[in-house]
Design a protein around this ligand. Sequence first.
Ligand SMILES: CC(C)(COP(=O)(O)OP(=O)(O)OC[C@H]1O[C@@H](n2cnc3c(N)ncnc32)[C@H](O)[C@@H]1OP(=O)(O)O)[C@@H](O)C(=O)NCCC(=O)NCCS
Length: 176
Amino acid sequence: MTQAECNPAARTIASTQSEMTEIILPNDTNTLGNLLGGRLMHFIDLTGAMAAYRHSRTNVVTAAMDHIDFIRPVQLGDLVTLRSSVNRAFSTSMEVGVKVWAEHTRTGEVVHVASAYLVFVAIDNLGHRARVPEAIPSTPDELRRFEGALRRREHREAEAVRRRQAKLASVAQEES
Ligand SMILES: CC(C)(COP(=O)(O)OP(=O)(O)OC[C@H]1O[C@@H](n2cnc3c(N)ncnc32)[C@H](O)[C@@H]1OP(=O)(O)O)[C@@H](O)C(=O)NCCC(=O)NCCS
């Protein structure tokens, strides 16, 4: 495979789609027999990283995980399926969306239990940030997520500025 084939200028969003299924075992649960929130976040991070790897074909690090709502508990013995894809690529970062479903093995009922957006940054073998290909949406859903990703990036940047200002104000107050 040539360098250009490994590192094209653009990739389709469909080519980044990733999926992982886990069975929930006793070690994954709390004292009520429900999946631990932290364990679910770990699964979300891993499945998100798969889409980011498929898009960038480099090392990636998680820069941010947005707010997550745990909509329904997942129980011991359930099958948890996570699906991810890159929503949009920027310069060196990619927003990835991850959606999670739980399947009750006896009844076959499948319910949506959580969704999350993560930002991954591509890192080359020298540890420097690396440019990523453009992500090309093809379907109406992909286009909706692609447009939403830009709004969410602007929101994250505004939030980061707000947090920095709040921190500076609190330091100034402590020093006065
Ligand atoms: C993520 C990281 C590489 C960013 O490096 P940095 O030198 O601060 O880079 P910059 O501020 O110039 O931002 C680089 C890109 O990351 C994005 N980014 C950085 N911090 C971010 C955050 N908190 N949320 C969302 N995006 C972020 C920027 O928007 C920018 O994207 P772009 O190149 O597509 O425009 C660095 O903060 C880091 O290594 N963090 C630790 C990551 C880690 O250990 N994760 C957990 C284990 S994998």
